[in-house]
Write a protein that binds this ligand. Structure first.
Ligand code: ATP
Length: 288
C-alpha cells in the first residue's frame, strides 16, 4: 500500500492558556501543502513492526510515530497489531513545525483503515489519532481547518484559494517545551485575529488571509533565532509574498504568493543562504 503524507502549515497559531492537565489550549488555522512524505506498508515476516526511513537518525521501531499509529489503530479495533514493514521516504524536514511525524502517523491510520475495510469514519479515525499525538487528528483530515483544544477539536474551513507557498527552514532547531515555557512566562500583547481569518477564508479573500497570518511563538523566540526568522519573512515579502509567518513552533517560515514567478524568485534568493527551501502549493482536504 502506497500513501502520501502531506505537511501542514499554521496560518495562525494562538496560545489561549495553560490547562490544569499541563497541556495548553490552542487556537490554530491549519493548512495542508503539497510537500509530502511517501509511505509504503507491507505485512512483515518479522516479530515486530519495523520502520525504515531515508533519515537514519529517526527511530526505526516503536518510537517512530508511524509504528505508534499502527499500534493505536489495532488497539482501537480491539485486535493485536500484526507486525508491519513500514517504509518512509521523508521529504518533510524534521523538527520544523510542519507536523512531519504526525502526518506519517495519520497516513498509516488512513492506510490501515482502508485495508481493514473502513471500520472507522474519518471523524472516528481522527479520534483514534489523538492517542498518537495532538496534531494527528488534523493530519488525518487535512485541508484548511480550525484546530482548538490541544489541537484535536477540528472544524473544517472553506478551502484556501489556490496559491504558491515558499517554505524555508533555517538550520537550527527550537525546543518546543522551551517555547511553551517562554509563552507561559510573559504576557502576550498580540494575538492573531482568528475571527477575521475565518471571515477572510469564508470570502475566499487570499490577501485578507495572508494579512492575518500570525503566530504568537514568534514573539517569544530567542533573539538570535528571531533575527533569522524575521530576515526570511522580509525576503519573502520583498519578492512579493502577500504575507509571511512562522509555522508551529518553528523554525520554518513561509510566504503565500499569487504569482509563480515571484515565488520562484523568492525561493532562489533564499536558497543562497538556506538548504531547506521549497516552492509548493496548498493541498485539498483528504476527505470532503
Ligand atoms: P509539529 O509541527 O507537530 O510540532 P515538527 O514538525 O516540529 O512537529 P517532527 O518532524 O514531527 O516535528 O518531529 C518531532 C519528533 O518526532 C522528532 O524528535 C522525531 O525524532 C520524532 N519522530 C518520530 N517519528 C517520526 C517520523 N515518522 N517523522 C519525523 N519525526 C518523527
Amino acid at each position: 500500500m502506497e500513501l502520501l503524507a502531506h505537511a501542514k502549515l499554521n496560518l495562525t497559531l494562538d496560545v489561549l492558556g495553560c490547562r490544569p492537565d499541563g497541556y495548553h489550549d490552542l487556537r490554530m488555522v491549519m493548512q495542508s501543502i503539497t510537500l509530502a512524505d511517501n509511505l509504503t506498508i507491507h505485512p512483515s515476516q518479522g516479530e515486530r513492526t519495523q520502520v525504515r526511513c531515508n533519515f537514519s537518525f529517526l527511530p526505526n521501531g516503536d518510537q517512530n510515530l508511524a509504528a505508534k499509529a499502527a499500534r493505536c489503530f489495532y488497539q482501537a479495533l480491539g485486535r493485536s497489531a500484526p507486525p508491519l514493514d513500514i517504509r518512509i521516504q521523508k521529504r518533510i524536514p524534521v523538527c520544523a513545525g510542519m507536523a512531519g511525524g504526525s502526518t506519517d502517523a495519520a497516513a498509516v491510520l488512513r492506510g490501515l483503515n482502508q485495508q481493514e475495510g473502513l471500520p472507522f469514519s474519518p471523524a472516528q479515525l481522527a479520534q483514534v489519532g489523538e492517542a498518537v499525538g495532538a496534531d494527528v487528528p488534523y493530519c488525518v483530515l487535512g485541508g484548511t481547518a480550525l484546530a482548538e483544544g490541544r489541537g484535536e477539536l477540528l472544524t473544517p474551513l472553506p478551502t484556501l484559494p489556490k496559491c504558491f507557498v515558499v517554505v524555508c527552514k533555517p538550520d537550527f532547531s527550537i525546543s518546543t517545551p522551551e517555547l511553551f515555557g517562554r509563552v507561559d512566562s510573559v504576557k502576550l500583547h498580540h494575538h492573531p485575529d482568528t475571527s477575521g481569518m475565518l471571515a477572510a477564508l469564508q470570502q475566499g479573500d487570499l490577501p485578507g488571509v495572508a494579512r492575518r497570518m500570525y503566530n504568537v511563538f514568534e514573539d517569544v523566540l530567542p533573539a538570535r533565532q528571531a533575527v533569522q526568522v524575521t530576515e526570511i519573512k522580509q525576503t519573502l515579502i520583498h519578492f512579493g509574498a502577500l504575507g509571511a509567518t512562522m509555522s508551529g513552533t518553528g523554525p520554518t517560515a513561509f510566504g503565500l504568493f499569487t504569482q509563480r514567478s515571484d515565488a520562484e524568485a523568492a525561493r532562489a534568493a533564499l536558497a543562497v543562504d538556506y538548504s531547506d527551501v521549497l516552492l509548493v502549493q496548498t493541498a485539498d482536504p483528504i476527505w470532503t
